[in-house]
Design a protein around this ligand. Structure first.
Ligand SMILES: Cc1cc2nc3c(=O)[nH]c(=O)nc-3n(C[C@H](O)[C@H](O)[C@H](O)COP(=O)(O)O)c2cc1C
Length: 366
């Protein structure tokens, strides 16, 4: 049982004023977004998982030019990909007719388009040099020695967990807080080992379980779009909420017009998990790619992120012909509540809504 008594410990340790963390979103977040969020008193994040160390360093420098406040750098700790030429060939053959519809041919071969942080020595060295205030892990944890070095250099560490066992491993490894990622969450589901059973816990149950079990602060993530959601997360015992989808439509992100109009239109009322885009389960707005992945004749996807190489090529081919439905339009279950506000305004609005919701509850129940 948790002995946690200080509900503001996390905010103090991260150097932020508001219990709001803008989720790191590889390919979506930008220095402008992270800086705007941090300048507004919440925690901005940059997802650098798909970058090499040099580009990640540049993104950190660009962010530092825009803010003196703390921000979070997020890396992926998945098991490195296992290449399998036969599986990859079968996957490309299956996608070939779809490429053809857009006047394109699939790539001849596929590659592991980015390296897991677990084995990425240059990314590890870069972080030790740059020392961002906060570093967060998704899909697992780096080796103990790397965690020890990052901590020794003064960085605060966060790790996502989808169940009690993953959270226990993160706590044991010495992270400062756990991101409780519920099944509602947009983007990749952060399970550590994709071969084990997944109980698909919702944010509500997971947050409560982790807050009751562990002394380290818990950050709730998944399906939280507004102040009512943040207030609910705090009531469950989380010390902050991490919001991804809520920030996707901010003008500071790097999304294309197809993703933006899907998120702000009726399409956002339907999300689904698919592994067809990247090779790992991720929640997206239902689009042509998620529908394709539901075909019972679909062959096994190549290892993550090798599948993503094909997915990105197909999206580029379709986009060249004006079709946006093959994009990785990651979004959580409450995507239909998305708002297209500048990030600083969104943070201010979220804070106002959270306070209003808490006051309303106090006036009824206090
Ligand atoms: C577009 C998008 C990209 C994401 N990319 C990452 C990422 O790079 N790293 C990460 O740890 N989580 C990533 N996530 C998951 C978020 O950290 C978080 O779990 C999720 O956004 C919470 O659910 P919500 O989208 O309903 O707010 C992503 C989510 C979205 C929507």
């Amino acid at each position: 049982m948790s002995t946690q008594t200080d509900d503001r410990a996390l905010l103090r340790s991260l150097g932020i004023q508001k219990p709001i963390i803008q989720a790191p979103m590889a390919g979506v977040t930008t220095p402008a977004l992270a800086a705007a969020v941090s300048n507004a008193g919440a925690l901005g994040s940059l997802g650098v998982a798909a970058m090499n160390a040099e580009n990640a360093r540049k993104a950190i420098h660009q962010t530092r030019e825009l803010t003196a406040k703390p921000f979070n750098i997020n890396v992926f700790c998945h098991r490195p990909a296992t290449a399998d030429a036969a599986v990859e060939r079968a996957w490309l053959e299956w996608l070939a007719p779809v490429f053809e519809q857009y006047g394109a041919t699939p790539p001849q071969t596929l590659s592991e388009i980015y390296t897991s942080f677990v084995v990425d020595k240059s990314m590890q060295a870069m972080l030790l040099e740059e020392k961002p205030a906060v570093v967060s892990f998704h899909f697992g944890l780096p080796p103990d020695a790397v965690i020890a070095e990052l901590k020794h250099a003064g960085m605060r560490l966060l790790a996502s967990a989808t169940n009690l066992d993953e959270a226990a491993a993160a706590v044991e490894a010495g992270v400062d807080a756990i991101v409780a990622q519920g099944i509602e969450a947009g983007g990749h589901r952060g399970v550590f080992d994709t071969t084990t059973r997944d109980d698909r816990l919702g944010t509500f149950a997971l947050t409560r379980l982790l807050a009751s079990e562990f002394d380290v602060p818990v950050i709730a993530a998944g399906g939280i779009m507004d102040g009512a959601g943040i207030a609910a997360a705090l009531a469950l015992g989380a010390q902050a909420a991490q919001l991804g989808t809520a920030f996707v439509a901010c003008p500071e992100t790097a999304i294309d017009e197809g993703y933006r109009s899907a998120l702000l239109g009726d399409a956002a009322r339907h999300t689904a998990f698919t592994a067809a885009i990247s090779g790992r389960l991720a929640r997206s707005i239902v689009n042509r790619f998620t529908t394709l992945g539901e075909d019972p004749k679909a062959p096994r996807t190549p290892s993550y992120p090798i599948t993503y190489d094909a997915g990105k090529a197909l999206n580029a081919a379709a986009k060249a012909k004006g079709e946006f439905g093959y994009g990785a339009q990651w979004a959580g279950q409450a995507a239909a509540l998305a708002r297209a506000l500048p990030a600083a305004e969104l943070v201010a609005q979220l804070e106002r809504e959270t306070r209003e919701r808490i006051e309303r509850l106090q006036s009824v129940w206090g």
